[in-house]
Design a binder for this molecule. Structure first.
Ligand code: NAP
Ligand code: G3H
Length: 475
C-alpha cells in the first residue's frame, strides 16, 4: 500500500475525511495519498496559525533566523531523498529535482540573513514649515499576519520556500497550499520544518484541489496576504477575490528571445535551446518564441535544430532532457497549438511525435502572427521561430503579447541592447543569456498579465511587511 501523507496543522499531523491519490506522471505509479481538506479543516488551520502569530512575532530576527538556518541545513542533508520523490511526482529530471531542493535551502538561508539586517529609519519633518521641523517619525516594518502561500506544480518545493522564508523571517505565520500534483513534495518540506523545531501553528499546510477549496482559502477573512504563483487564469481570479488585501501574483509568460543580425549565433542558439526545453518547457521563464532578423534566420534555425535533435527523451530518473508532461490535459493543449501551427503553414524542422503525455521536442520555423503559437504559452517542448525584418518589428511583436514576464536580447551592440531593453514591456531583460528567474536575490516580476508585485528575497520581505510610523514632536 502506498503512503498516506498528512497535513501539518498546529504542530500535529492530521488526516481529513477525504483523500486524493497521487500518481507519477511518467509511469502511473501510485506515490501516495494526500488529504482533501474540508472548509472546517481550513478554519482550524487558520485559527491555530493566527493564534501562533503573536509569540512568533515577539521573537527577535536572530531567533527566527536560527529556525530557518536549521531548515536549510536539513534540506541540504536530505536533498537527494526529497529530490527523488519530487522527481517522480512532477516528472522532473532527478538532478534538476535535487538542485531545486538545494536552491531552496540557499534562498531560505539568504532570507534569514536578509531579515537580520532589516532596519527601520528615522525621518525629520523639517522640509515643509517651521512647525513640521519639530516632528520626528520612527518608521518600522511590521509583519502582516497570516500569509497564504500557493505554489505551482513545476517548482513545488522551491516556489514554496521562496514564499515561506521571507514571510516567516518578517514575523508572519504561513499556510502553504501546494499544487495537488506536487503536494507530497510540499508535505516533505513541512516535515523539514517540523524537524527544525518550528513552533506549532507558525507553518501549516492545506492540501486539496484548488478547484474545490481554492476560493474558500483565498476569500477567508483570516488571511492577510496572498502570495500566489501559477496560471494567469487563476491569478486573475485570486486578484478579484483578494479585495483590499495585498497580494503577490507571479503568473504566465511568453518570453521572447530577440536575435539581432550581429549576434553570436552559437551563444544565442545554446541559450535558446536550454531556455526553451529545460524541464520540457514547463517553466514560466522558458524561452517561448524566437524573434530573429531575417538576414541570419536560416543559419540560426539550423544551429538550433542541430541542438534540439541532440536533446535526450525519456524518464525523469534517467535525467532525460525531455520527459512526459504533467498530465494529459497539458499534452492535449500543446498538441492543439502544434496542429494549429501546422494547419496555418508553419514549417516543422523536427518530427512531430506524441506518445501519451510525452511530446518530443518540436521546432517550428516561419511562425506568423495568425498562429496561436505566436501568442499562447504552451508550457511544453515546442519552440516557434518568427522571422522579423527589423528591430522595431521585433519590439512590436514582443510587446503585443498579453504577457510581460521577461525577454532576452542577443547582440554585441550593447547600446542598442539597452535601448531595446528600455522599450520592452517586461519585468526583466537578459542580454546574451536565456530568460530565467535567478539569481534569487534579484527582483523577479511580471508586467501586464504576468503578475503583480515583486519577488526576490529582499523584495519579498518588503512585500510581506507593512510600514508603521510613530510620530512625536521635539521641543
Ligand atoms: P495553476 O493551475 O494556476 O495552479 C497553481 C496553484 O493554484 C496550484 O496550487 C493550484 O492547486 C492552485 N489553484 C488552482 N485553482 C485555484 C483557485 N481557484 N484558488 C486558489 N488556488 C487555486 O498553475 P500550474 O498549472 O500549477 O502552473 C503553471 C502555470 O503557472 C503556468 O501558466 C506558468 O507560467 C505559471 N507559473 C508562473 C511562475 C512565475 O513566477 N511567473 C512560476 C511558475 C509557474 P491545484 O494544483 O490543486 O489545482
Ligand atoms: O516557472 C517559473 C519559475 O519561476 C522559473 O524559475 O527560471 O529558475 O526556472 P527558473
Amino acid at each position: 500500500m502506498s503512503k498516506q501523507y498528512k497535513n501539518l496543522v498546529n504542530g500535529e499531523w492530521r488526516l481529513s475525511d477525504n483523500d486524493i491519490k497521487i500518481y507519477a506522471p511518467a509511469t502511473g505509479e501510485e506515490l501516495g495519498t494526500i488529504p482533501a481538506m474540508s472548509q472546517e479543516d481550513v478554519d482550524y488551520v487558520y485559527e491555530s496559525a493566527r493564534a501562533a502569530q503573536p509569540a512568533w512575532r515577539a521573537l527577535s530576527y536572530v531567533e527566527r533566523a536560527s529556525y530557518l538556518h536549521k531548515v536549510a541545513d536539513i534540506l541540504e542533508r536530505d536533498a537527494e531523498k526529497i529530490g527523488k520523490v519530487l522527481s517522480k511526482e512532477i516528472a522532473k529530471g532527478y538532478k534538476a529535482a535535487v538542485s531545486e531542493v538545494t536552491r531552496t535551502a540557499a534562498i531560505i538561508r539568504y532570507a534569514a540573513e536578509e531579515g537580520v539586517r532589516l532596519q527601520g529609519e528615522v525621518l525629520e519633518g523639517g522640509s515643509f514649515d517651521a512647525a513640521s521641523k519639530k516632528k520626528i517619525a520612527i518608521v518600522r516594518r511590521e509583519p502582516l499576519g497570516l500569509v497564504l502561500a500557493i505554489s505551482p506544480f513545476n517548482y513545488p518545493v522551491n516556489l514554496a520556500g521562496s514564499k515561506i522564508a521571507p514571510a516567516l523571517i518578517a514575523g508572519n505565520v504561513v499556510a502553504l497550499k501546494p499544487p495537488t500534483q506536487g503536494s507530497i513534495s510540499g508535505l516533505l518540506l513541512a516535515e523539514v520544518f517540523v524537524e527544525a523545531g518550528i513552533p506549532a501553528g507558525v507553518f501549516s499546510t492545506i492540501t486539496g484541489r484548488g478547484s474545490v477549496i481554492g476560493d474558500y482559502i483565498v476569500e477567508h477573512e483570516a488571511v492577510n496576504f496572498i502570495n500566489f504563483t501559477g496560471s494567469t487564469k487563476v491569478g486573475e481570479r485570486i486578484g478579484k477575490m483578494a479585495g483590499m488585501r495585498p497580494i503577490m501574483l507571479e503568473l504566465g509568460g511568453k518570453d521572447s528571445a530577440i536575435v539581432l543580425k550581429d549576434a553570436d549565433l552559437e551563444v544565442a542558439a545554446k541559450n535558446i535551446v536550454d531556455g526553451a526545453f529545460g524541464y520540457s518547457g514547463q517553466r514560466c521563464t522558458a524561452v517561448k518564441r524566437v524573434l530573429v532578423q531575417e538576414e541570419v534566420a536560416d543559419e540560426l534555425v539550423e544551429i538550433i535544430r542541430e541542438k534540439v535533435l541532440k536533446l535526450t527523451i525519456g524518464n525523469p530518473e534517467d535525467n532525460a532532457d525531455i520527459t512526459p508532461l504533467i498530465d494529459t490535459g497539458a499534452a492535449d493543449f500543446v498538441e492543439g497549438l502544434v496542429n494549429d501551427a501546422v494547419e496555418k503553414g508553419a514549417e516543422a524542422k523536427t518530427d512531430i511525435v506524441r506518445e501519451g503525455n510525452l511530446i518530443c521536442p518540436i521546432l517550428f520555423d516561419k511562425v506568423t502572427s495568425d498562429m496561436k503559437l505566436a501568442w499562447e504559452e504552451p508550457f511544453g517542448p515546442v519552440l516557434p521561430i518568427i522571422r522579423v525584418k527589423s528591430v522595431e518589428e521585433a519590439i512590436e511583436i514582443s510587446n503585443k503579447s498579453q504577457y510581460g514576464l521577461q525577454a532576452s536580447i542577443f547582440t554585441n551592440d550593447f547600446p542598442l541592447a539597452f535601448s531595446i531593453a528600455e522599450q520592452l514591456e517586461v519585468g526583466t531583460v537578459h542580454i546574451n543569456n536565456k530568460t530565467q528567474r535567478g539569481t534569487d536575490n534579484f527582483p523577479f516580476l511580471g508586467a501586464k498579465k504576468s503578475g503583480a508585485g515583486t519577488q526576490g528575497v529582499k523584495y519579498s520581505i518588503e512585500a510581506m511587511t507593512t510600514i508603521k510610523s510613530v510620530v512625536f514632536d521635539i521641543k
